[in-house]
Design a protein around this ligand. Structure first.
Ligand code: NAD
Length: 437
């Protein structure tokens, strides 16, 4: 068995590194997957550290004439399988460790879906709600000026993440074009459609998860009219609610940061989405939905067949995992279940469809956007949906079969699947037996 976690606490120069960081915990998944595969130690040596992480400060002019500087990072974790791919997050709590962990997850996610990409991620430590629109544009353009040599259509391709959106991607692509003197829409994905964005990108994350659940429904023990509770009612949560309700299932509970509502007979999803778009919280709509208001943290313990975490990281912990009554958890959010909680759920027989598979529909349609930009020919929505369906069903079934054959969790199976592809690529450059030979 390869011990990437154990060895990581001391680097190759013998310098002791911090124990139990977010990245260390993420790497334990890799260690477990490695124990199921015959792979060379070179593979782990390559994957246990990010290839490069660049830190800089973005200095922008504020509307009141003052200058302000913001910390920013871009991590290219591993590019063995192709240019690195991953979003840019604007968040006041962003850290280098979070950026590197998210870039590691992107490396695995792209391998899971067999996209020709490595993994990357970027962030700016900022509360974007405290900026005016012109300040936000200056900050977005400053990010590209700082990382113009890092990103590129064949090197590192950003996308939106938490608190960044299509308009920000449009500003960033435009800045890159001005710097290079060329029009390169493929440098960034998640752009507005008018600037080379893809049809179907807005609901792609939820749609990928929805296709996955529908494809595996029989194996998961979910009927055609199962009940669903959704934590987080933003982009991923709302689109999932719509797709599953249209398919005949019943959404019984939803939450946002201000509270949760529950109605055993089902909620009116379209009215909830309309209310959210008008700036209301879900709890404000309880009366008109005939629903009960519950505490946001109580949503995960609701009586429902399927629980969909679609909010933030670390929402299901060892303190609350025991309250989950759902048979299946679909991780639309990245990292919503801590490793301790994951073990509790596994022991209780709850099937977790892991983030690197469950929410990979988003990066898959981002990949379609990049392909369309490069070929200069655009697909219609039916083609996008058909291509996404094919990939989700193919990889979802392969991972399900690994889980059954090896008697491991679906999460472990997803990492085994990803590591198999990553190791084949890394080993293709030659391994120790070849060079020592
Ligand atoms: P979003 O900002 O649109 O929505 C997040 C929602 O979570 C909001 O409704 C917010 O009110 C809610 N929330 C915050 N704290 C909460 C709490 N304590 N309890 C309940 N709800 C809470 O974000 P999004 O784009 O939907 O992303 C959600 C998750 O999905 C993130 O983990 C993100 O990384 C992941 N994800 C999103 C995409 C995508 O394409 N949008 C792709 C892959 C992964």
């Amino acid at each position: 068995m390869m011990h990437c976690y154990a060895t990581r606490t001391r680097d190759t120069q013998g310098i002791i590194m911090a124990d139990d960081t977010l990245l260390d915990r993420a790497l334990t998944r890799l260690e477990e997957a490695a124990s199921h595969l015959q792979i060379d130690q070179d593979v782990i040596e390559k994957l246990k550290y990010p290839r490069e992480t660049t830190k800089t400060r973005l200095l922008i002019r504020m509307d009141d004439g003052s200058r302000k500087s913001f910390l920013a990072w871009r991590c290219r974790y591993d590019d063995t399988r192709g240019p690195t791919k991953g979003g840019i997050r604007f968040h006041p709590d962003s850290t280098i460790e979070e950026v590197e962990t998210l870039a590691f997850w992107m490396t695995c996610k792209c391998a899971v879906m067999n996209l020709p990409y490595g993994g990357g991620k970027g962030a700016v430590r900022v509360d974007p709600h405290g900026l005016s629109k012109t300040e936000l544009e200056r900050l977005s353009r400053a990010y590209v000026q700082a990382f113009a040599n890092t990103i590129g259509p064949d090197r590192d391709i950003p996308a939106p993440d938490v608190y960044t959106n299509a308009m920000i991607m449009g500003w960033m692509a435009d800045e890159y074009n001005q710097i290079t003197g060329q029009v390169s829409p493929a440098v960034i994905t998640g752009k507005p459609i008018a600037l080379g964005g893809s049809l179907g990108r807005n609901d792609a994350t939820a749609r990928g998860g929805f296709y996955l659940v529908r494809h595996l429904a029989a194996e998961l023990g979910l009927d055609n009219d199962h009940t669903v509770a959704i934590q987080g009612f933003g982009n991923a949560g709302q689109f999932y609610a719509r797709l599953t309700a249209e398919d005949g299932n019943t959404v019984v509970a939803v939450s946002d940061s201000a509270g949760a509502i529950y109605r055993a007979g089902g909620l009116d999803v379209e009215k909830l989405i309309a209310g959210k778009n008008a700036g209301r919280h879900v709890a404000d709509m309880a009366a008109e939905q005939g629903a009960d208001i519950i505490a946001a943290e109580d949503l995960i313990g609701i009586e429902a067949d399927l629980l969909v975490p679609a909010a933030l990281e670390d929402m299901i912990t060892k303190e609350n995992a025991g309250s989950i009554k759902a048979k299946v958890v679909l991780e639309l959010a990245n990292g919503p279940i801590t490793p301790d909680a994951d073990k509790i759920l596994n022991d209780a027989g709850v099937i977790v469809l892991p983030d690197i598979l469950a929410n990979a529909g988003g990066v898959t349609v981002s990949y379609f956007e990049w392909v369309q930009n490069r070929q200069g020919y655009y697909w219609d929505l039916e083609e996008i949906h058909a291509k996404l369906l094919k990939i989700v069903e193919r990889e979802g079934k392969a991972i399900w079969d690994i889980a059954k054959e090896r008697n491991v969790s679906v999460r472990s199976a997803a990492y085994i699947h990803a590591l198999g592809r990553l190791s084949t690529a890394i080993e293709a450059h030659g391994t120790q037996p070849f060079f020592a030979g």
